[in-house]
Design a protein around this ligand. Structure first.
Ligand SMILES: [Zn+2]
Length: 508
């Protein structure tokens, strides 16, 4: 069950800019993403009454919105709050964060109250099912009170700024930032109904607030239309991540299917075997075809069962509905391994350049990287211009990567990680499971360090007399769930093979 939360779309005084901040990249949930201030609803939020609140269901969420905004960025939207000095607000903030006083006590002690008329509800959005942590977040639009300047009041937030919605969208388009779908939708609506454009037309303040009301209505309509559920994530305008439920390794439940390109696009890992899951993907693919866009290929990144299964169904669907012949492609090694299960029409070579087109028709390239280690025929894909790596199963946002011989090879895997780490212009990555990762290089370095640390532990266990992979696993992997033991043994075998190879090459 998703947990309740609130977020605030905070506008500056002249309504031309919106507040966003970057979440600390170290936070497990959407670390490094740019987001609006907000957070979980607290039990204590129900103890505070909101004046003029007509929709009683929203009352506690307005309270969480006000509290979270104050906690995270130091902005306090309450009535009677104008009498507080900057210093007093800072001291109240300290009381709240340190737990000296509850939010209810602070409001009561200082004669402050929350008024629902200061908040415009723009709807709710729920984190997609693929995420291990999920929130049902209520979004409220509000205007920053005069003489209050937001600041990063907690370590979870950084790079806080008021930004024009169009500028924020440009940064997303260029892959300078990562944002979640509700933030993207909000920015797109804000950009369209920018009160600034009304002001530029010298129509005055009145039209500014009218534009804002229209924007709120549009956002609410969108949230209601989708009931707050979004099936896919636009990583940037030419890269979509579409998580599909698959038979994958827990704790992951989904495999990310990717649509790279737009006017000309490829579909990578249409992996689900579930019809209803595939139907959601097809709806999006169909909408592209109906716009006259063309599907250039259906790609399988590697041989594992959670990466193929829907490609044939998609191929047949495009043939039956649109009369299209779209080839299914993979690295030759993968095609060879899957020859009894999947029919391939094309092989993808190492370092092959796949030329695609974005929505405006501009050409761009993604490079297919042959990156063995997790699987011999493993492909990753790189959009160098945007610095975005699709790392498939080599690096993932959720779960662990299994290196199981004979398909898995630790030496190859570490080589592949090194190669990915050194890609020019590398910024973000998205693997086959979990969310996108903001600091791609940092994440890959973490992976390399983790494997090398494990290797040291295996060497130490050997030095202490452990003989078999099972014995070593027992020593190296503490507190392992019994069902994961066989996989851990495989991983130890991969380490042992690398250690042996390293010692042979040193001896030579
Ligand atoms: Zn895999």
């Amino acid at each position: 069950m998703p947990r309740d939360a609130s977020a605030v779309i905070l506008l500056n005084q002249d309504l031309s800019k919106v507040l966003w901040a970057q979440r600390n990249p170290k936070i497990p949930f959407l670390g490094g993403f740019h987001a609006f201030p907000g957070g979980k609803t607290d039990e204590s939020d129900t103890q505070i009454t909101v004046k003029n609140c007509i929709e009683k269901d929203l009352e506690k969420f307005i309270v969480s919105a006000v509290r979270e905004l104050f906690e995270e960025v130091g902005v306090l939207i309450v009535r009677n709050g104008e009498k507080l000095t900057k210093g007093q607000r800072a001291s109240l903030h300290d009381d709240l964060i340190s737990g000296r006083n509850s939010f209810a006590e602070i409001l009561a002690d200082w004669g402050l109250w929350i008024d629902a008329r200061d908040f415009f509800y723009t709807g709710h959005w729920t984190t997609p099912q693929f995420s291990p942590v999920r929130f049902k977040t209520r979004f409220f639009m509000a205007v920053c009170p005069p003489k209050q300047t937001p600041y990063a009041a907690i370590t979870e937030m950084q790079n806080i700024e008021f930004i024009a919605p169009n500028d924020a969208l440009k940064r997303w388009e260029n892959s300078e930032v990562l944002i979640s779908p509700p933030v993207l939708i909000s920015l797109q609506e804000l950009a369209e109904f920018s009160p600034q454009s009304h002001k530029d037309a010298k129509k005055g303040e009145e039209d500014g607030s009218a534009a804002l009301r229209l924007c709120v209505e549009k956002l609410l309509e969108k949230s209601q239309k989708y009931d707050g559920n979004i099936d896919y994530i636009e990583l940037n305008p030419r890269l979509i991540c579409f998580p599909l439920r698959t038979e994958t390794l827990p704790p992951a439940t989904h495999t990310n299917c990717f649509i790279a390109g737009r006017r000309e696009f490829v579909v990578i890992d249409a992996a689900s075997k579930d019809e209803s899951e595939l139907a959601k993907l097809f709806e999006l693919v169909d909408s592209f075809i109906e716009k006259g866009f063309s599907c250039r290929g259906i790609i399988v990144s590697h041989l594992h069962r959670d990466h193929f299964g829907g490609e044939r169904v998609l191929q047949n669907h495009l043939r039956a509905k649109f009369g299209l012949e779209v080839p299914v492609a993979a690295h030759k090694i993968t095609a060879e391994s899957l020859r009894e299960k999947v029919e391939f029409q094309r092989f993808i070579e190492a370092d092959e350049i796949i030329r695609l087109k974005d929505e405006a028709g501009a050409e761009f390239e993604i490079k297919a990287l042959h990156t063995p280690g997790h699987a011999r025929g493993h492909l990753a894909f790189y959009d160098e211009e945007r610095g975005f790596l699709l790392s498939s199963d080599n690096v993932v946002g959720a779960g662990t990567v299994v290196i199981a011989p004979p398909e898995g090879d630790m030496t190859d895997y570490l080589d592949s990680l090194e190669r990915m780490k050194n890609l020019p212009n590398l910024r973000h990555l998205c693997g086959s499971h979990g969310a996108a990762v903001y600091d791609a290089r940092g994440k890959i370095e973490e992976y390399i360090a983790h494997r090398l640390e494990r290797e040291k532990q295996v060497l130490a266990a050997l030095a202490n007399g452990a003989k078999t992979p099972e014995e070593i696993t027992g020593i190296v992997y503490q507190n392992l769930k019994p069902e994961l033991f066989p996989l851990a043994v495989k991983s130890v075998e991969a380490h042992l093979a690398k250690i042996e190879r390293d010692s042979r090459s040193t001896a030579a």
